[in-house]
Design a protein around this ligand. Structure first.
Ligand code: ADP
Ligand code: MG
Length: 693
């Protein structure tokens, strides 16, 4: 009888009772096939002894030698320091928790075999709390013949148990092989092992296996699963897209060539003409809006490329057809700024622009909600608050999300619900963080992309200098000079230890210092802990030129637009990502005077730290900077997935496996539909491709 391991309940394995089954379920393992795909995420190599002289920080090593010294060190924390010596060198084993018996066992002269990770410690390379055993120097026990697989675990489930269950599953696999989930053509192109062979190999690497390839995750058997998993995620994102686009959407444009009457009116009132790039992106949008399915478009445009006008002109398309549009920004400051721009542009056209942020409460909120439900507001601007459950629209047809990288796929999915009469709103997401192409393709497979790759004419180049904080006085003098010349300056205090409270304190301290040093200037302070009204007042005062200097936390990162500001000082820039620094720097260079950015770092600066700041000094192109950032920091940091868990992988590591990213999009269309479903099922199952944040 044909047995399909994808249907075989995990409970059929020996030793899997209700309790174990429940734990396996936490790992997403319900069937024998699930278990087979629960592959080791690393290996421990106890098949050889490393010479001490060859070890490097980060290596997992097995060492053997005699104890040359044993002492208790009273440092910041008391520890037992044991020096192990072989023919090639000596290394310290350090124990912060240790018993008298342990200390005695590791006495001078004892012969020891140990296993652990090498780290940089107080005496150089050290092993912290390694596993160890005292062995007979003349007849040491035999080494392992094989690599030891290490599995992702959950509480109460041991490695040994998983290893033993996998052995059972492998026996079943021999008798009931699985169907391959990638086409033979790809297997031969990349010289991958066949599916069943690859599974067995990884759970149970044979004697003589290529240890260093396995440890580095570069073995073809591993790489084939990395590719499978990346493909599965890609397809899963595509199905997010499909699940939105099976629904109809309001047609907002007769045909892509139709000019917008409101748009023409708004443009006539602007003191500038659209750039070719803006026009091209608007054309892409018109094509989308002429279709009866929801638009899903990402607009990438460097800082200052003029995304807001594009958003406004798109919103007008909805209003023109009698629908509503909602514009969401990630921070209140940015949302307020959009509100002002939209009011300025749209009120003359007789369009009502509404406002809804978290701080809008009570009666005011009720009023806005009623207006949205009645259709009295045409365009509403706000923050996350716009998408709370009780916010109902009369006829919402378009959602604009600004600075998209802070919103996840699931939020995009939730927006489906906000439409009316079965119509799903069109979605336009905009980001000023240029996402390197390779990443955009895999992380945003659910969105079409357009790029505004041109800045409005007449923009000033921003000269960037990198200085140590010891030259603060000079920098302050520079601020003074600029302000005396009638210009304005930003002074930005960056994140300290991830704490908003501390960041605000730092800003308060800098504010005080500047006020004391420059009593003839008007210096304002804005940070995330102030009330919305207070923030708005300060921002207004800066915008209207009442304030000379604005001391701020990174709350001003996105969107703030004050053309007369020509100098920005960024304290501790080494703590921020390049893209974020580029954003911040983009607050200046918006007017007609030459602009400057001072990156004032706290020494000492690491090699990479220096290299990163130099990238910023040497380039003003957001895409170039993003690519460099990717090179220096890795995709997890760049996409913010590390913090947000935006995408979760078992086998893949976006940094290590980044070579696959550019090819995923080319390979994907060659995978037949059945295999796509199989891949999604095997790698993602019922989970979505993204985590709930
Ligand atoms: P971002 O893309 O960073 O959001 P904004 O939309 O804030 O950029 O635009 C930055 C500034 O450039 C604003 O003052 C805006 O009015 C102006 N702007 C936008 N488009 C043009 C254009 N085509 N020509 C000149 N100025 C423009
Ligand atoms: Mg913007």
């Amino acid at each position: 009888m044909a047995v399909n391991l994808s249907d075989m309940d995990i409970g059929e394995l020996k030793g899997v009772g209700a309790a174990v089954k429940e734990k396996l379920q936490k790992l997403g393992i319900a069937t024998v096939q699930d278990l087979l795909f629960h592959l080791p995420f690393r290996y421990e190599d106890r098949s050889r002894i490393w010479p001490v002289s060859k070890i490097q920080a980060g290596d997992l090593v097995q060492l053997q030698g005699s104890i040359a010294r044993n002492r208790v060190v009273q440092g910041k924390r008391r520890s037992l320091e044991v020096v192990l010596q072989d023919e090639t060198g000596a290394v310290a084993l350090r124990f912060y928790y240790f018993s008298a018996a342990q200390s005695r066992a590791l006495q001078e002269g004892a012969f020891v075999r140990c296993f652990g990770e090498v780290r940089m410690g107080r005496t150089g390379f050290e092993l912290y709390h390694p596993e160890y055993r005292v062995v007979d120097a003349s007849a040491p026990p035999p080494l392992d013949g094989q690599l030891t697989p290490v599995y992702p675990l959950t509480e109460g489930l041991q490695q040994t148990r998983l290893r033993q269950l996998c052995q059972q599953a492998l026996v079943l696999l021999k008798r009931h092989p699985l169907k391959d989930s990638i086409p033979g053509e790809l297997i031969s192109r990349y010289q991958f092992p066949e599916l069943n062979e690859a599974i067995s190999y990884l759970h149970h690497p044979p004697v003589g296996a290529d240890v260093s390839a396995l440890v580095a995750f570069r073995h073809p058997a591993q790489q084939r699963f990395v590719l499978e998993e990346l493909l599965a995620h890609h397809f899963s994102l595509l199905s997010v897209r499909e699940s939105i686009q099976v629904h109809p959407a309001a047609v907002l444009v007769e045909n892509a060539q139709t000019e917008s009457a409101y748009g023409a009116q708004m443009l006539a009132g602007l003191p500038f003409q659209l750039t070719r790039a803006q026009q091209r992106v608007l054309d892409d949008i018109s094509v989308d809006l002429a279709k009866p399915i929801p638009m899903l478009r990402l607009v990438q445009g460097d800082v200052g490329s003029g995304k807001t006008v594009v958003a406004a002109l798109t919103a007008l398309r909805a209003v023109e057809k009698g629908y509503q549009a909602a514009v969401m920004a990630p921070t209140e400051i940015l949302a307020e700024q959009h509100l002002r721009s939209f009011q300025q542009w749209m009120t003359p056209l007789g369009i009502t622009v509404g406002w809804l942020a978290g701080k809008v409460k009570g009666k005011k909120r009720d009023k806005v909600l009623a207006e949205l439900a009645e259709g009295e507001v045409d365009v509403v601007v706000g923050t996350h608050a716009l998408f709370q459950d009780d916010v109902k629209f009369k006829a919402l047809a378009l959602i604009v999300v600004d600075e998209q990288h802070r919103f996840g796929v699931h939020q995009r999915l939730a927006l489906k619900e906000k439409g009316v009469e079965g119509l799903v709103p069109h979605q336009l997401v905009m980001t000023a963080t240029p996402i390197p192409r390779t990443l955009a393709m895999s992380a945003y497979a659910d969105l079409d992309t357009s790029v505004i790759d041109e800045l409005p004419p007449g923009r000033q180049k921003i000269e960037t200098v990198v200085l140590p904080a010891s030259r603060r006085e000079e920098v302050i003098a520079r601020v003074h000079h600029a302000c005396r010349e009638g210009r304005q300056a930003y002074w930005v205090c960056t994140l300290i230890e991830e704490s908003e409270a501390l960041q605000c304190q730092a800003a308060e301290a800098s504010h005080q210092l500047l006020q004391q040093t420059l009593p003839d200037l008007k210096i304002g302070l804005v940070h995330g802990r102030q009330k919305a009204q207070e923030k708005a007042q300060v921002m207004d005062a800066f915008k209207t030129g009442v304030l000379d200097v604005l001391v701020a936390t990174t709350v001003i990162e996105v969107g703030v637009d004050v053309p007369n500001a020509s100098l920005i000082i960024i304290e501790n820039p080494e703590r921020l990502g390049l893209a974020q620094l580029h954003q911040l720097r983009g607050r200046v260079g918006r007017g007609h005077v030459a602009s400057f950015c001072v990156l004032m770092y706290s020494p000492p600066l690491s090699q990479t730290g220096r290299a990163r700041l130099q990238v910023l000094r040497d380039s003003d192109n957001g895409f170039v900077i993003a690519e460099k950032d990717l090179e220096l920091r890795g995709p997890g940091e760049v996409l913010g997935t590390r913090q947000t868990g935006l995408m979760q992988f078992h086998m893949s590591d976006l940094e290590r496996d980044k070579n696959w990213l550019p090819v995923i999009k080319d390979i994907a269309p060659t995978i037949p539909h059945v295999l796509r479903e199989q891949l999604k099922h095997r790698w993602i199952g019922d989970r979505a491709a993204y985590a709930e944040v």
